[in-house]
Write a protein that binds this ligand. Structure first.
Ligand code: SF4
Length: 289
């Protein structure tokens, strides 16, 4: 393998010999591959999204709900052939799509697996939004739906949470590239997304000003009508030591961001309060791997 520059960390390491920031070696590492029902309705539908949870992460947010896989790297190394077989199994199980969750360190392996088996259902790239234009261009034509987060605008906040002061600078270029690739959102007759981008934003406690700035960017810079998923599922993580992030988002905080969302004329998905519960994090127990 050549030196790895797949994400903005640009570690430049040979991952067959040592790991970079994401902590991942060369082979795909997966913690769970199963039908998943907790994405937006046009992704999960009635039969579930065929979610493949990859281990490792290029952001490793301090508050991550998937700590075991993003920070600890839990999972099993598999071959490209096995990854292709997983895609087929999920499709056979009735998945509405193949949902690749934090797959950036394995972008090349994913493309190789899709060469071996191209599902007849949409391929979804589920990402923290911290992507290089080069890697996104590599994915063009193979990915039908992008599900990027737009986590932070403040570089102070992204440095604190993910050691990535360049997060917004990067994501603010990456997300428009995703929109360019997919064009306007398209849906099947039963309302499932076939092509397009859904931008997700998770409201953090004490950070409503930054949330409103993220929504401003979406309204001003992304194509009109791009669906936005405004998430209130923030659940304090026992591993997170950042002051202020040990709390939940209050009703007032969420309402404030929601008012801004509506004032900007954004549309998409609004999460119910009940979703702020760790039960929505699936077990990373190698199911389907
Ligand atoms: S994918 Fe991993 S090794 Fe490659 S540049 Fe990103 S963090 Fe570094």
């Amino acid at each position: 393998m050549a030196i790895c520059t797949l994400c903005p960390r640009q570690c430049g390491v040979d991952r067959s010999e040592r790991t970079g920031f994401c902590g991942m070696g060369e082979k795909p590492r997966v913690a769970r591959a199963a039908l998943h029902f907790w994405e937006e309705p046009c992704i999960s539908g009635t039969r579930g999204s065929g979610a493949v949870f990859f281990s490792g992460c290029t952001l490793r947010c301090a508050f991550c709900q998937n700590y075991e896989i993003s920070h600890l790297g839990q999972g099993r190394e598999i071959s490209v052939r096995r990854l292709a077989d997983i895609f087929k199994t999920l499709e056979d199980q009735g998945a509405h799509n193949i949902n690749l969750v934090t797959a950036t360190p394995f972008a090349r392996a994913v493309l190789d697996a899709l060469d071996l088996y191209k599902p007849q259902i949409p391929v979804v790239w589920n990402t923290g939004g911290y992507e290089t234009l080069e890697t996104l261009r590599m994915l063009e034509g193979a990915v039908d739906v992008y599900l990027p987060d737009l986590k932070h605008v403040s570089s102070r906040l992204s440095k604190l949470c993910a050691a990535a002061p360049d997060y917004f600078e990067t994501a603010s270029k990456a997300i428009p590239e995703m929109c360019r690739q997919t064009g306007k959102a398209r849906y099947s007759e039963d309302g499932m997304m076939l092509r397009g981008v859904i931008v997700r934003h998770l409201v953090l406690p004490g950070c409503t000003v930054d949330s409103c700035r993220a929504l401003d960017f979406i309204a001003e810079k992304l194509p009109r009508g791009t669906p936005v998923s405004l998430m209130r599922q923030y659940t304090p993580s026992p591993h997170c030591t950042i002051p202020g992030l040990e709390k939940r988002v209050t009703d007032q905080e969420y309402a404030r961001v929601l008012r801004h969302f509506e004032a900007l004329g954004l549309s998409g998905f609004i999460q119910e309060k009940e979703s702020a519960d760790a039960v929505y994090t699936p077990p990373f127990d190698l199911t389907g791997v």
